[in-house]
Design a protein around this ligand. Structure first.
Ligand code: PGA
Length: 259
C-alpha cells in the first residue's frame, strides 16, 4: 500500500474537485464510481466536491455512505446579506463533510487572501466541516526559488491562530502547485516528497509531533498514469483530483492505488 512504513499514517483521502462541472453525464459517472467503490472497497476515504447545488443529488446517489461529500468554498459568516454566497452550515445540511478552502482558482478569481481563508476555516469548524486548505506556489514563485517561503506563509496565515487540532478542529492540507493545476505538468516525485516533508515539518513546528498526522494531499494533474508513484511518496496522504475526477474509470484508477 502506498506510504506504508511511515509512522503516524493518517487515513488517506482521495477527493474529486469537480469545479464548475456537473452535467447529467457527470452524475452518471458518479453513480458508476460509487458502484465501483462499494465493490472494490479501497483502503482510503473517497470524496466528491461538486458544485454545491449538486450535493443533495449526490447524497441521494451515494446513499451507501461509501463516499463523502464536500463543498468548494464557503462564506465566513453564518448567514447574512451576501448575494450568491453559501455558508458552511448550508453545505453541512446538504450532506457535506468537507469544504475545499483557498483553492488557487478562488485565490486568483475571487482575490481570496490567507486571512480570508483562515476566517472561512473558522466558519467551517463552527459548522462541523473539515476544511481542505489549499496552498501552492505559482510558476513565477517556483522559478524564483520562493516555493518554501510561499508555502510556509500560506500555511501559517491560512490556518487560524487558535487552531488546536482537537476534535473541533479537523484539518486536511492540499499542496497544489498552481502551475501544475490543469496543465498536465507535475513536480518530480523527489520534489513532491521534499515539499510534503517540509509541510509536515512546519505543521510539527506549530502543533508538535501530532502536526505530522494532519493529512497532506497532493493536487495538480494527478492522472491514472502518475497516481501510483505520487501516492506512494512518503508524506503524501492522498490526492485532490480535478479533471480526472469527472470520469469514473480515471478517478477509480487513482483511488484503486489504495485497493
Ligand atoms: P487538476 O486540478 O487535477 O485538473 O489539475 C486539481 C485541482 O485544481 O484541485
Amino acid at each position: 500500500m502506498p506510504g506504508e512504513g511511515s509512522k503516524r499514517q493518517p487515513r488517506p483521502l482521495v477527493a474529486g474537485n469537480w469545479k464548475m462541472f456537473g452535467s447529467a453525464a457527470h452524475l452518471g459517472e458518479a453513480r458508476k464510481l460509487i458502484r465501483t467503490v462499494v465493490a472494490r472497497r479501497p483502503k482510503c476515504e473517497v470524496a466528491i466536491c461538486p458544485p454545491a447545488i449538486l450535493l443533495p443529488v449526490l447524497r441521494r446517489i451515494g446513499r451507501s455512505g461509501k463516499i463523502s461529500l464536500g463543498g468548494q468554498t464557503c462564506h465566513a459568516a453564518v448567514q447574512g446579506a451576501h448575494t450568491g454566497e453559501i455558508s458552511a452550515g448550508m453545505l453541512r445540511d446538504a450532506g457535506a463533510r468537507y469544504v475545499i478552502l483557498g483553492h488557487s482558482e478562488r485565490r486568483a478569481d475571487n482575490h481570496e487572501t490567507d486571512a480570508a481563508v483562515a476566517a472561512k476555516t473558522l466558519a467551517a469548524w463552527n459548522a462541523g466541516l473539515e476544511p481542505i486548505i489549499c496552498i501552492g506556489e505559482t510558476a513565477a514563485q517556483n522559478e524564483a526559488g520562493e516555493t518554501a517561503q510561499v508555502l510556509e506563509r500560506q500555511l501559517r496565515d491560512s490556518i487560524p491562530a487558535d487552531a488546536t487540532l482537537g476534535d473541533q478542529h479537523p484539518l486536511t492540507i492540499a499542496y497544489e502547485p498552481v502551475w501544475a493545476i490543469g496543465t498536465g505538468k507535475t513536480p518530480t516525485i523527489a520534489d513532491i516528497g521534499r515539499l510534503h516533508g517540509q509541510i509536515k515539518d512546519r505543521l510539527a513546528d506549530r502543533f508538535g509531533e501530532k502536526g505530522r498526522s494532519i493529512r497532506v494531499l497532493y493536487g495538480g494533474s494527478v492522472k491514472p498514469e502518475n497516481a501510483r508513484a505520487i501516492l506512494a511518496t512518503p508524506g503524501v496522504d492522498g490526492a485532490l483530483v480535478g479533471g480526472a475526477s469527472l470520469k469514473a474509470k480515471d478517478f477509480f484508477a487513482i483511488i484503486g492505488c489504495y485497493v
